[in-house]
Design a protein around this ligand. Structure first.
Ligand SMILES: [Zn+2]
Length: 236
């Protein structure tokens, strides 16, 4: 029996991973973090996507939720409300430096907790929507980091040293945003409740880096954004 744990924020990339995982693995679990992010609304939306995914794939998903208050560390625009989220930047500017939306070692922290949960439940595959192209500024989204963390998990756990080894899978790592969307659609991804905006309001701002990358991705894929289509219908 192949099982997997998806690190699942409810955003576009992790939603794509979830739908892919449901096709690839017999048993799928998700782990979602409330880390006092500005956009914690994504957690409520993520639950709706899990419901939809279970219906579409006719498969039960085991969902886990964790609270870790990363605002105690702060120093970035996602967990410190006094730091502004950059707006209206083009993709070139976005990738020119590590942005202020970088949350210190967030993926390392998430992977540690995901690893511990996976060890307890004897889940060998940990999946995440990390991407090197769109977020070239985030050091904890790179293959070097993910490969070394996989090794770390296998060195530092009972499961890794005496049982089946961990694998960290990053199917989206080298895809453009449009390729991620098209890949998701091949796996019947429904993005109606997948939320990407850093601002955290019910209606996406369409100006932050995350909104802009998403909009460019749908445009390049020549598709309408399911989330915006749903909003429009609800407003009619
Ligand atoms: Zn936004």
């Amino acid at each position: 029996m192949k099982n997997a744990l998806v690190i699942y924020s409810g955003g576009l990339d992790s939603t794509t991973c979830l739908f892919w995982a449901l096709d690839e693995f017999d048993e799928v679990s998700t782990i979602t973090f409330d880390y006092s992010q500005r956009h914690s609304i994504e957690i409520e939306y993520s639950k709706k996507t899990v419901d939809i995914a279970q219906k579409i794939k006719n498969k039960k998903i085991n969902s886990y939720y964790f609270n870790i208050d990363l605002s105690q560390i702060g120093g970035n625009a996602l967990t410190d409300l006094n730091i502004s989220v950059p707006k209206n930047r083009n993709e070139k500017t976005m990738s020119s430096e590590i942005p202020i939306t970088y949350v210190p070692f967030r993926n390392g922290i998430f992977l540690s907790i995901a690893g511990a949960l996976a060890e307890k439940n004897n889940i060998s595959n940990i999946i995440g929507g990390w991407n090197m192209l769109d977020y070239s500024g985030y050091p904890d989204c790179r293959d070097d980091f993910l490969n070394s963390f996989e090794e770390t998990l296998n060195y530092g756990t009972k499961k890794g040293t005496t049982g089946e080894k961990f694998k960290i899978l990053s199917p989206l790592l080298k895809m453009r945003k449009s390729e991620i969307i098209l890949f998701g659609k091949e796996h019947k991804a429904d993005y109606s409740f997948s939320y990407s905006c850093y601002m955290g309001n019910a209606i996406p701002c369409l100006e932050c880096d995350s909104c802009i990358l998403r909009a460019n991705g749908f445009k390049e894929a020549k598709l309408e954004d399911d989330f915006l289509v749903r909003l429009k219908k609800e407003q009619e």
